[in-house]
Design a protein around this ligand. Sequence first.
Ligand code: HEC
Length: 113
Amino acid sequence: MTTRRSKATHLTAASAVLLGMLFATTALADPFPDADLDAGEEMHMDLCVACHVERFGGDQGGNAYTRADRRVSSPSALEQQLTACTTMLNLDLFPEDEHHIAGYLNKHFYKFD
Ligand code: HEC
């Protein structure tokens, strides 16, 4: 009996360590590392919000990103759809700028990690 109990305790401790590692990894993961979220927000406001509000509604046109049949389901899909819009608009943004906007959209709407 004693042996069994101590084995169970041992397993619980091991799971706790594993869980801790999992959370630590999740907290560190960032699909858009070093994105300048303030710059992203500003560009999003200037370049993107008006049209998305008109077509989709929601705060900052956010329904575009949160609608049930949205296109984006992963960080790479977010980059692709974002580029689809900037290309359509002929914006010719620097890749860094698109990265900042993607980081901002992810932080506030998609929340991928
Ligand atoms: C002239 C209108 C217009 C402007 C301006 C615009 N978009 Fe869009 N955007 C759309 C439309 C329409 C869709 C939906 C496309 C579809 O579902 O096929 C869309 C969809 C998206 C999506 C995908 C949403 C989803 O999850 O389904 C992203 C991301 C996006 N736009 C990013 C941007 C960004 C970033 C900007 C500014 C740099 C921008 N868009 C500017 C019209 C616009």
